[in-house]
Design a protein around this ligand. Structure first.
Ligand SMILES: O=C(O)CCC(=O)C(=O)O
Length: 229
């Protein structure tokens, strides 16, 4: 939140995983929220993806570049109208490159790793925009439908949440619970790229009023799918 009394510290909860609090300014957050409002209505509308067991997720999602549904990517949204998803804009891919540089290439800071994935080589070709209304959550899972092991860049706007970052082996402990607030950046790559992670709960009423969202939480994850076509 802007003007915090006690600035929150940057941290690296696991090798290759970095949390950078307050990375996005409030103006950037407002611009991204405005873009999300446009993407949410089409060409493919935001929807709750349905799990293989038939249960809809409590989180609602709209995708750019490639459409994700459990557990595959397609260019067309075959589970919601069949339209082709919107392009991932250059400014968002560029934001992803700057996010990687901030996370891994800030000398002396937690997460600094000059040998990590070169930010200039980062070409995210999909973004999942997740909307968490009050009460929504996301179970622990791995992002593993991508053929690429390039890092995942995650941006949070609106209400804070508890973000659970686990290990690559099991869905159980050890894990670290972090609070992701509006404007925070979280990146996971390298040895943490396939770590289990999820959102056990959001913290309603914590959104910075300046961010452009009165309630709820938006999360954007940028990924390289490694797919062609
Ligand atoms: O909302 C978040 O912070 C996590 C989102 C996530 O794990 C995902 O989209 O796979």
């Amino acid at each position: 939140m802007s003007g915090e009394l006690f600035p929150r510290d940057r941290s690296a909860p696991a090798p290759g995983a970095v949390h950078v609090p307050g990375w996005l300014g409030t103006g950037q957050q407002r611009d991204i929220v405005a873009a999300c409002r446009r993407w949410a209505v089409g060409p493919v509308p935001m929807r709750s993806a349905v799990m293989p067991g038939g249960h809809p997720m409590s989180v609602q999602t709209v995708c750019l570049g490639w459409h994700w549904q459990p557990y595959k990517y397609t260019r067309t949204a075959d589970d919601v109208g069949g339209g082709r998803v919107a392009e991932l804009p250059d400014w968002l891919a560029d934001l992803g490159r700057r996010a990687l540089a901030a996370a891994f290439r800030t000398p002396g800071e937690p997460g600094w790793d000059p040998a990590s994935f070169d930010p200039q080589e980062y070409e995210p070709d999909t973004a999942l925009i997740n909307w968490y209304p009050h009460g929504a959550k996301m179970g622990l899972h791995q992002d593993k439908d991508e053929k690429s092991s390039a890092p995942v860049v995650s941006l949070s706007i609106g209400d804070s949440c508890i973000f659970r970052f686990g290990n690559t082996e099991t869905r159980t402990r050890p894990w670290t619970d972090l609070e992701l607030a509006s404007g925070d950046l979280f990146v996971f790559g390298g040895p943490s790229r396939f770590a289990y992670h999820g959102v056990p709960r959001t913290l309603p009423g914590t959104a910075d009023p300046e961010c452009g969202l009165a309630q709820g939480r938006i999360n954007i994850t940028l990924r390289m799918t490694g797919l062609s076509g």
